[in-house]
Design a protein around this ligand. Sequence first.
Ligand code: ATP
Length: 333
Amino acid sequence: MFGQDIGIDLGTSTVLVYVKGRGIIDREPCVVAVDSGTDRIIAVGAEAQKMLGRTPGNIIAVKPLKDGVISDYSTAERMLKHFVQKSSGHSFIGAFIKPRMVVSVPSNITEVEERAVIDAGIQAGAGRVSLVEEPLAAALGVGINVEEAKGNVVVDIGGGTCDIAVISLGGIVISSSIKTAGDSFDDAIIRYIRKKYNVLIGERTAEQLKIKIGCVYKRDKLLAMEARGRSLVSGLPKTIQVSSDEILDALKESAGAIVDAIRTLLEKTPPELIGDICRNGIVLTGGCSKIYGITNLIWRELNMKAKVADDPETCVVTGLGKAMDHPELLKRK
Ligand SMILES: Nc1ncnc2c1ncn2[C@@H]1O[C@H](COP(=O)(O)OP(=O)(O)OP(=O)(O)O)[C@@H](O)[C@H]1O
């Protein structure tokens, strides 16, 4: 006997939880704060994120996912348990009847990585765990009729992975997943600032630069932002002015890798579907698809129309909600 259906977009940066009949009930950074002495969880999500890099010796803030897959099994399992308990509202029925869980995973993950997600879900209290590939869930969430005999391309650019898939007739015809996405954009900014200014900035500063002034195509109007870091020469705090053109330069290689991955997949796509794809254009989802200029870059490099979905971060979890009613779309049942 199963209880409620829960959809979990278990992302590298963010976890979103969907409960059938209630919609999205939770959206938290994928971070857990653990007391290293007692191994007890102190905080999950936004509260734990505030502790990242600022924790006293006995508290460690852990990101249990890396590159879209579980890298710290025990923490991931306990984090999932937290969300399962929250979703049941600690109700009497919720305590006895196990929920069915549908979780999104990157395309092309290994069987071992899949097994880790399923086991973590079961240990967290689910009665059954099914998986859906992220781009398929994203396509459902965007409202694409995935059952049609028409080709659609979805590119989901999250924190850890960029998943690209050609979808037709309710399935993924061809897909690829690269580990170049939001986190590697942040790393590229850190490396660029270090090389150019001899200043070491933190991950959160790099992410702010990316979100506020970042771009992968030249902005019409030059923007600038102050960034604080540590001088590698004096060892003291230093503030620098960074421009949007500098971030464009820093992100050139990573953005190029995403475009190349789309190009490679299109080259392998069956010719019958290419016509549909040219007509429909590419649909972009995931938080990092909000980077300025991504659609212009795709047009310039691939001569293809692209559109960023409305609210691109919630497409996957919304799609998981829809997949609950279409068991044929689930990868592992
Ligand atoms: N306006 C923005 N411009 C650029 N990047 C952004 C913007 N808003 C969010 N991001 C980035 O989007 C990424 C998070 O996206 P998302 O929540 O879709 O990832 P995720 O599902 O957790 O990751 P994955 O699917 O790779 O496991 C982060 O790297 C974040 O910095």
